[in-house]
Ligand binder design. Sequence first.
Ligand code: NZQ
Ligand code: ZN
Length: 387
Amino acid sequence: MENYIFQAPTKVYFGKDQIKNLPDILSNFGKNVLLTYGGGSIKKNGIYDRVQELLKDFNVFELPGIEPNPRIKTVEKGAEICKANNIDVILAVGGGSTIDCSKVISAATYYDGNPWDLVIDSSKITKTLPLVTILTLAATGSEMNSSAVISNTEKNEKIGTHSPLITPKVSILDPEYTYTVPAYQTAAGSIDIMSHVIENYFNSTEGTYIPDRFAESLLKTVIKYCPVALIEPTNYEARANLMWASSMALSGIIGTGKKGSWTCHSIEHVLSAFYDITHGIGLAIITPRWMRHILSEQTVNKFVEYAINVWNVDPINKDNMEIAKEGIQATEDFFNSCGIPMNLGKLGIDDSLLDKMAHCAYEQGHFDDTYVKLTEEDIAQILRDSL
Ligand code: NZQ
Ligand code: ZN
C-alpha cells in the first residue's frame, strides 16, 4: 500500500425527496443561482419544475443544453453568465456531463484567460464558485469527486482536469430521479462504474487488500442490480444501489494506496473525442479487448482473483490461464447481456482513423505507468481487436 491523503468533502443527501432541502442548502452560498442542465430530460421527468418551485425566493439564471461529452464552448458560455450576473452558486442538475461542465464553469468564472487552459493545466484553477449537484444518472462519480472531463471539438481532444477546488460542496442523490434513464444509458453508466473499479483493481501495487475487497463488492453490486434496473426501471433498490456505487467507485476509496495510471479511459477518451460516442459504451468495447491483450504469465494471478471473487468462476480442474480467460469472457458476456453494441463497427467506427487515435491516446495518456505498460502499437492493436 502506498502513502495517501484521503478526503471526501462532498456532503451527500441521499434518498427519496431529499430535494426538499435545496433552499436551505443553497442559502448557505447566496441568492444568485446558475441552474445548469442538459438537453431537456429534467423538463420531461418533472425535476426542473420541482427545482423552480423550490427556488422561488432565489434569483435563478439558466444554462440549458449542456451536451453529453460537454464542450469547452459551453463552459465559456456558462462563465460569461456567472461573471455578468454576480452568481453565488452553481446548481448542476443532470449526469456527469452537466456536472463536469459546471465544475469548469465554476473555475472559469475566476479566470481571465481561455478556459481550455484550466483543462490542460489544473494548477491554473485557483478559485471557484461553490457547486451543488442533483444527480440524475448513476455513472461517473462526478457528484463526489474532483475531476471534470471536457471536449474540445476543434482539436479532437477530450481531457480530464482534477482539482479539489471543483469538488461539489453538496450533492443530492435521489435514486427515483434515475427512473427515467433509458436502458442504453443505464447500461452505459453501469459499465462506467465497473470500469472505474476495474482500472484501479488491475494495479501492481502490493498489499492492497482493503481497496481490492471494496472493489469486488462494488463490481458485484453493479452485476446484481444493473440487470434489475434494465428490466424494471423503477425498482428503487436497484437504482439506489447503482447510484451509491457510482459515487463510491470514483470517490477515491478504491484508488487510495495505489500508484499508476488508467488504461481504458485514456483510450476511450480519444474515441469519444473523434466520434462523440457514449463514454460507457466505448469502455465496454475496449475493456475485454484490453484484458485479453495484457493477459500473460505475469498478470494471470490477478485475473484469477478477479474471475473467482467477482464472477464466481469455478476453479476446480482448471489451470490459471483457463480461469482467467473465463473471467474475461464473463465480463464481455455481461456487457453484451446489458444490450451494449460490443464492436466499434456497430457504432459506425472503422479503421480509417485508428492509427491517428492510437497516436493521440499514447500522447495524451500515461501508458508507461499503467498496470501493464503499453506502446502506441499495443493501443492500435486493442483498437483493431475492438472493430
Ligand atoms: O442531456 P439530458 O437531456 O439530461 O439527457 C442525458 C444525456 O442524453 C440523459 N439523462 C441523464 N439523466 C437522465 C437522462 N435521461 C433521462 N432521465 C434521466 N434521469 O443521459 C444522457 C447522458 O448523460 P451524460 O451526463 O452525458 O452521462 P454520464 O453521466 O455518463 O456522463 C458522461 C460524461 O462524464 C465523463 C465522460 O467522459 C462523459 O463526458 N466522465 C466524467 C468523470 C468524472 N467527472 O469523474 C469520470 C468518467 O470516467 C467520465 O470520463
Ligand atoms: Zn468513466
